[in-house]
Design a protein around this ligand. Structure first.
Ligand code: COA
Length: 163
């Protein structure tokens, strides 16, 4: 992993499957990134879902969670429900690692198409998804309701997965 040596200190980033036992750590990172944030019970509910496929990016040993991706799949379609990388660790390829991990996992389950929604003002995520081969396929008007501000549209993006 490249990037700021102050935060990495030579430690290694790992990609690990995430089950409900990771809910608290994921909720901690989520709270640094999203408003409104999802609490531990919300996150646990998603991780526990029978269709969930989720990963955490961890750093060092004992490992600390620095990023997460929660996906779901049904039949040959999959959705990225949420992704986040802790602010101090962004722009170092962790987001890319998480998306690649989920893509590889669902490909093995014969998923052929992935979808996601992203806010039209979320430059970082729009760039990440474009870089990972997702293309816009629609707009959901006023999809994101944020406390104290006007609703923001979502772009639906998709990517076809090959075998
Ligand atoms: C979106 C997010 C997960 C990206 O994580 P990350 O670890 O910083 O992403 P990466 O370092 O793997 O970046 C991969 C590519 O995404 C793009 N990207 C990431 N952050 C960017 C930014 N702030 N501005 C522009 N492009 C950006 C770049 O193309 C980058 O490739 P490059 O560094 O080679 O140019 C992170 O910014 C985040 O957690 N944001 C808050 C939560 C969020 O908005 N989640 C998405 C909800 S849909």
């Amino acid at each position: 992993m490249s990037g700021n040596s102050d935060v990495w200190e030579g430690k290694r980033v790992s990609l690990l499957w995430a089950g409900p036992e990771r809910a608290a750590a994921i909720a901690d990172v989520h709270a640094k990134l999203f408003n409104p944030a999802w609490d531990e019970a919300n996150v646990r509910g998603l991780l526990d879902h029978p269709a969930a496929t989720s990963f955490v990016a961890t750093l060092g040993s004992p490992n600390a969670v620095i990023g997460f991706i929660i996906g779901q799949f049904a039949a040959d379609e999959s959705e990225i429900i949420t992704i986040g990388v802790a602010p101090d660790y962004q722009r170092n390829g962790v987001g890319k690692l998480l998306v690649e991990g989920l893509v590889r996992a669902v490909q093995r389950a014969e998923v052929r198409r992935m979808f996601l929604d992203v806010a039209t003002d979320n430059t970082a995520a729009l760039h990440l998804y474009s870089k990972m081969g997702f293309t816009p396929s629609g707009i959901r008007k006023g999809y994101y309701i944020r406390p104290g501000s006007t609703p923001v549209d979502a772009v639906t993006m998709s990517r076809t997965l090959t075998i």
